[in-house]
Write a protein that binds this ligand. Structure first.
Ligand SMILES: Nc1nc2c(ncn2[C@@H]2O[C@H](COP(=O)(O)OP(=O)(O)O)[C@@H](O)[C@H]2O)c(=O)[nH]1
Ligand SMILES: Nc1ncnc2c1ncn2[C@@H]1O[C@H](COP(=O)(O)OP(=O)(O)O)[C@@H](O)[C@H]1O
Length: 201
């Protein structure tokens, strides 16, 4: 379970899309949200766009692995697709905030979790990226900047911290983390059999 968190605008979506395009062992967890779609966002691909009532039903049916309120909207991870992907031996990529990360940390799957936090090079650059993304009203951008300090204050709860200055460098660092974490002994299923076979036991 590979988690990417960052203040809004630091580059999670950019990194997630690049990773998904090149790595076919990982499945993106598509969150449900009550926020409205941005131009170009596709229902079922970027998010499941749901009403507040639909979201509340998902909470009550225990259909979400974790959920949180961010910028006045509700966001949550549908449980079934994640459990199916993990059961099939696939890795799962989560673009979720610190609240969701803390909730995953409290589940039985905590030892499966790899938590990566992406920092912007500066707050001024963060604001520039939010503005140049051209997807949010200035009031919304101001709200996201106001929350950035709060989000950043949780950096100490993550396993890896990256500064997304140059996008390609940051992507390379993410690839390196993923590679190393996949090589951990506990994640190499079938290794014991491989070694037994090699030793002729
Ligand atoms: N806890 C939790 N946070 C989520 C989920 N999906 C998205 N988020 C977070 O909600 C915040 C806002 O996401 P979004 O509206 O797409 O804005 P953006 O990240 O600036 O593009 C980001 O910090 C996301 O990581 C989720 O399923 N659970
Ligand atoms: N390393 C980078 N250098 C310059 N611009 C970047 C970089 N990484 C991302 N961006 C741009 O910044 C904006 C915000 O990135 P995005 O991935 O949407 O952030 P998040 O998902 O964390 O909110 C987008 O317009 C994206 O193209």
């Amino acid at each position: 379970m590979f988690v990417l968190s960052s203040p809004s605008g630091a580059g999670k979506t950019t990194m997630s899309r690049a990773l998904m395009a090149e790595d076919n062992e990982i499945t993106m967890s598509v969150s449900a949200t009550t926020r409205r779609p941005r131009p170009g966002e596709v229902d079922g691909v970027d998010y499941y766009f749901v009403s507040p009532d639909q979201f509340q039903s998902m909470v009550q049916e225990n259909a979400l692995l974790e959920w949180a309120t961010v910028f006045g909207n509700r966001y949550g991870t549908p449980r079934a697709p994640v459990e199916a992907a993990l059961a099939a031996g696939r890795d799962v990529l989560f673009d979720i905030d610190w609240q969701g990360t803390q909730q995953l940390q409290q589940t039985d799957a905590a030892s499966d979790l790899v938590r990566v936090f992406i920092l912007p090079p500066t707050l001024a650059e963060l604001e520039r990226r939010l503005t140049s993304r051209n997807t949010d009203h200035p009031d919304v951008i101001a709200g996201r900047m106001a929350r950035a300090r709060d989000e950043i204050s949780h950096w100490g709860e993550y396993d890896y911290i990256l500064v997304n200055d140059d996008a390609e460098t940051c992507l390379n660092e993410i690839r390196a983390i993923l590679k190393a974490e996949r090589l951990r002994r506990k994640r190499q299923l079938g290794l014991a059999g491989f070694v037994r076979g090699m030793l002729g036991e």
